[in-house]
Design a protein around this ligand. Structure first.
Ligand code: COA
Length: 384
């Protein structure tokens, strides 16, 4: 008698979030440490340019301040992959030894660490994952894709590719993964966001030196038919982009074609913070309200908002417009205080750390926004 084949599971085409994973670097820099380093750099700079400053030909570099940073941004500390060189006023940049082509690259390494946690939480065997999307604001190299390296390290068959939508990369990745599920092209997709933002931050720029931190997150998006009993139904996803130069980084492969400016400050993260604040808050609040209406969700009944973590004031205003009242920390949790802005990973860290306590049936929103401009919403409901 022939052994009968197990009958294939009937897919639903309904995407869910089965689990998330988080990798946090061990080292962290407090505002006090950061400001001490910046001010030591400013002293050196001003001493080196004392004559020009005295002659009125150059402006002295002003000090940074812990009070300003905390008040303007809500950030108190940030995790980094390489603390000592960042704080060394001579270096003010991470130092990560170059690895051989036969070694796992550092971005893939932290992406794999976050992915393993997500797979473990979902009880998912890597062999049952169909695709890996590496969705982040900076890639370590143009090719081969980080996603393919992560795929190989995890032992996943199928395919992988990289995508960059700056701070919104993770939500754009979630919608892309959800669309694979909706179309039946995949059953299980890993969206990985390794963010070594310390590499693109100008630690010598007083206006922005406090903003970013390093981290990696992973989100496992699956067909409801194969998801673990406890998961998050994806009720709807929406993406939006509007071109803006207010957050810009001119780093790229053509820099070597203009060697005289290849090392200038615009090849790192640069922003007009005030303009970003003013323009992005109304755009995102309206997008959330429009999408809630389209999905038939009462925004004021949302149990929790997991917002992009760039600025506490922005989140306060967006949450107020959406919920119709001042949001409590329980309604709109902050991870910005200890992680800083981790670009695309921010809203996923908030979701990862502040979702276990919600009850079955609770509805919430993962929302990202940033450079591009780009914004993404993922409305979810807890099941199980
Ligand atoms: N320490 C002390 N003072 C500082 C400082 C620092 N590190 N950096 C700037 N200042 C000063 C400025 O010189 C300015 O002084 P002035 O009023 O005498 O000219 C004053 O503080 C205000 O500067 P400004 O840049 O207008 O601050 P802000 O209140 O807009 O806060 C940000 C700056 C970046 C925190 C804020 O604009 C922000 O977070 N915007 C949103 C950014 C965002 O979400 N970006 C997305 C990135 S992905």
């Amino acid at each position: 008698m022939q052994e009968s084949q197990p009958s294939p599971i009937a897919l639903t085409g309904r995407p869910v979030i089965s689990a998330t994973g988080l990798f946090t670097p061990a080292e962290s820099i407090s505002n006090a440490e950061l400001v001490a380093s910046f001010n030591a750099f400013a002293d050196r700079h001003n001493a080196a340019h004392a004559e020009a400053i005295a002659a009125g030909e150059a402006e002295p570099l002003p000090y940074s301040s812990v009070e300003f940073i905390e008040k303007a941004s809500g950030i108190k500390s940030r995790h980094v992959m390489s603390k000592a060189p960042i704080l060394d006023p001579e270096t003010m940049c991470p130092r990560l030894p170059e690895r051989g082509n036969d070694e796992l690259s550092i971005m893939a390494e932290i992406g794999v660490a976050a992915s393993r946690k997500a797979l473990e939480r979902a009880g998912r065997d890597p062999q049952d994952v169909d695709a890996v999307l590496c969705a982040a604001s900076n890639m370590q190299r143009p090719y081969p894709a980080m996603a393919i390296e992560i795929q190989q390290a995890l032992g996943i068959e199928g395919f992988g590719f990289d995508m960059n939508v700056a701070c919104s990369s993770a939500t754009f990745g979630i919608q892309t993964a959800a669309d694979y599920i909706r179309s039946g092209n995949a059953r299980s997709v890993l969206v990985v966001s390794p963010e070594i933002t310390s590499g693109h931050l100008n630690w010598r720029d007083r206006d922005s030196h406090f903003i970013f931190g390093d981290v990696a997150t992973a989100v496992l998006v699956e067909d409801a038919a194969i998801a673990p009993a406890q998961h998050w139904d994806i009720l709807g996803t929406k993406l939006k982009t509007v071109f803006s130069n207010n957050i810009r980084n001119n780093f790229g492969f053509l820099n070597r074609a203009t060697p005289e400016t290849a090392g200038s400050a615009d090849k790192l993260f640069v922003q007009e913070g005030r303009k970003v604040f003013k323009e992005v808050v109304p755009m995102v609040a309206q997008m959330i309200l429009d999408e809630a209406m389209r999905l038939g969700i009462d925004p004021q009944a949302l149990r929790r908002l997991w917002l992009h973590q760039a600025n506490a004031g922005m989140n306060r205003l967006i949450a107020h417009k959406v919920l119709g009242h001042e949001a409590s920390e329980d309604e709109s949790p902050t991870v910005l205080d200890t992680y800083g802005n981790t670009s695309s990973a921010g809203s996923i860290i908030a979701f990862h750390q502040h979702s276990d306590d919600l009850a079955e049936g609770d509805t919430g929103l993962i929302c990202s926004f940033g450079a591009g401009y780009s914004a993404g919403t993922v409305f979810v409901r807890k099941i199980g």
